[in-house]
Write a protein that binds this ligand. Structure first.
Ligand code: TEU
Length: 558
């Protein structure tokens, strides 16, 4: 049985990680060159976002062949070399399987367009006339989710970009083809898979009305998803590999089930409720201040339910779709930048589940703050910019929204050093480098014991060596202060008390609800205020701006 309790995953967005051949695009050889750096973080897996053949309309999430490597990233030999060299360092490679849709450049879709009935059944085509799409569903990237093909007199469904056609999972032939792809990679000693938007793969049979509201309920977490996953895992025998599913707008009940050891579906799941606390009325393109009380409720519900059910959660703030967490929930300014980056890191890493570190997060990379629409490249950002302008939003405001919400915020190149192009490449990168690279880079932080980078290393090593962090029962205390996340981890006699100030102000702490016996001693084991480990006999009364306090409670002194 695969034990996940001490595992940590590092996510790489290859296009922006390290460019070995000076074409401005990161590549597999670049990752190979940086394997020792990754090893220095002591992680167990690397999750690579898609490296397959693709027209890159959605940066690889539009796959045209799942068993070939995109030439800009390298060759199959490079991939084999990466798998082998990583394995020597005890690092497993996880691949990103985009199975909800394929690129319209995929052979299957091309055959369908050429009238081949077999392949038309691979996708979701519906007869109709050009004026009325089968229903009113909207694409997640803006506009209708249906595209009309005049020569076929049919519409096809695309929940994402028009070049990402949804596969028809009801067709067993499709499921068999996808199993073959998993087996191909399993034979290459791939150690895990991340399944993109896996809870969206099942669609209703009848599209003739818009079904229930909101519309995503019609294609999210349908019961067949559980059945399809069980079948896929069983038939490819990947029960002992690391698997994780990306769940779009899921609910706790389903998330618990997908990741329950009893169900044989996935090992872990990603859900995003904690990353919508700054969406106004749940809308991505409308800004509001982060609601920390809501954040605490979400953590409390999810962590408690997942742990009680024995399901495995993932712990993450960042990925290639989210803006940088220190810009979003922390501070970019002065010393508070480093403090808040560490506070955010510890808050996630000391919870129950498998932590994921997204490239650059470990050095506290910030949003780049692009000052022109010209700098944005992501299809979703460009579409929504147009939609916002058409809706009468002023260009300045739309740019501000993108600077907060665009996926490009996380996709700027990794900042390796303070040289030209941040040491990422020798030529102009495919996307602009953040101007902050002179201050925020790996080289500088490697040399500084107190850096964010070395703090991440400390956190990973703590997880590896502490049963309390791996297995301890988690319990939240949400009455300490509205801006402070507070939880405890308990295992037998041991206890960790963790406090995180999500504000730039000093906060008072209210311990009315705690019933500690007298004569308890608390040893501070982590800090972001350059404090030495210290023993204290009383609970702290205050917490400084962005401060993190992690106390190990020792049994009562005699
Ligand atoms: O993302 C799924 C998804 O729904 C998002 O997080 C999406 O970026 C967001 O809803 C837009 O507001 C996955 C991938 O992580 C993403 O990069 C792909 O673009 C998407 O699927 C389609 O494959």
């Amino acid at each position: 049985m695969l034990n996940l309790k001490d595992k940590v995953v590092y996510q790489i967005y290859p296009k922006s990680f390290y460019d070995s051949d000076s074409d401005g695009i990161g590549d597999l050889q670049g990752i190979i060159k940086k394997l020792n750096y990754i090893k220095s973080l002591n992680v167990n897996y690397i999750w690579l976002t898609p490296i397959f053949s693709s027209p890159h309309r959605d940066n690889g999430y539009d796959v045209s062949c799942y068993t070939q490597i995109h030439p800009a990233f390298g060759t199959m030999d490079d991939m084999d070399e990466l798998i082998e060299k990583a394995e020597k360092l005890n690092i497993g490679i996880m691949l990103d399987m985009v199975f909800n849709h394929t690129s319209t450049e995929h052979e299957w879709f091309k055959n369908a367009m050429n009238g081949d009935k077999k392949y038309q059944k691979f996708y979701i085509f519906r007869d109709g006339n050009p004026d009325t799409p089968p229903n009113a569903w909207q694409s997640k990237f803006g506009g209708s989710a249906w595209e009309y093909v005049p020569k076929l007199k049919k519409w096809y469904l695309h929940l994402f970009d028009v070049t990402q056609a949804d596969l028809n999972w009801r067709n067993p032939e499709v499921r068999n083809e996808l199993k073959k792809i998993i087996l191909f990679w399993k034979n290459k000693k791939i150690k895990g898979f991340r399944f993109d938007v896996i809870n969206l793969i099942s669609k209703p049979e009848d599209f003739s009305d818009n079904g229930v509201f909101p519309e995503n309920k019609n294609y999210t977490d349908r019961p067949e998803v559980h059945q399809y996953l069980k079948e896929l895992i069983r038939d490819t025998q990947i029960e002992n590999l690391m698997t994780t599913g990306e769940l779009s707008s899921t609910d706790i009940g389903n998330a618990v089930k997908y990741s329950s050891p009893k169900e044989n579906e996935l090992k872990t799941v990603f859900h995003f409720h904690h990353l919508k606390i700054d969406y106004l009325n749940g809308q991505k393109w409308k800004l509001q201040k982060p609601d920390i009380c809501e954040l605490k409720n979400i953590f409390t519900n999810w962590q408690t339910r997942m742990q009680t059910a024995g399901s495995c959660d993932t712990l993450f703030w960042c990925n290639h779709d989210q803006s940088r967490i220190v810009s979003r929930l922390g501070s970019e300014k002065g010393r508070n930048w480093q403090r808040s980056a560490k506070m955010l890191a510890a808050c996630i890493h000391l919870m129950n589940g498998v932590p994921y570190i997204y490239q650059g997060e470990e050095i506290g990379m910030t949003n780049p703050g692009f000052n022109s629409i010209e700098h944005f490249v992501d299809v979703e950002s460009l579409n929504f910019y147009k939609i916002m302008i058409n809706n009468g939003i002023k260009a300045r405001e739309a740019l501000k929204i993108l600077n907060n919400r665009s996926r490009d915020n996380s996709r700027t190149p990794m900042q390796w050093n303070n040289k030209r192009y941040a040491g990422f490449s020798k030529s102009i990168p495919w996307i602009k480098i953040s101007a902050k690279y002179k201050k925020i880079n790996v080289r500088r932080q490697n040399m500084n014991l107190n850096s964010v980078l070395n703090f991440y290393r400390k956190l990973v090593n703590l997880r590896k060596t502490s049963k309390l962090i791996q297995e301890g029962i988690i319990e939240f205390n949400n009455t300490v202060n509205p801006y402070v996340v507070c939880y405890k981890r308990r295992l037998e006699n041991e206890e960790l008390l963790c406090l995180f100030n999500f504000s730039g102000k000093k906060q008072k702490l209210n311990w009315a609800q705690e019933k500690y016996e007298k004569n308890q001693a608390f040893l501070q084991i982590l800090s972001n205020y350059n404090k030495k480990s210290q023993r204290r006999l009383v609970l702290p009364k205050k917490i400084k701006p962005w401060e993190l306090i992690v106390l190990n409670r020792t049994p009562a002194l005699k």
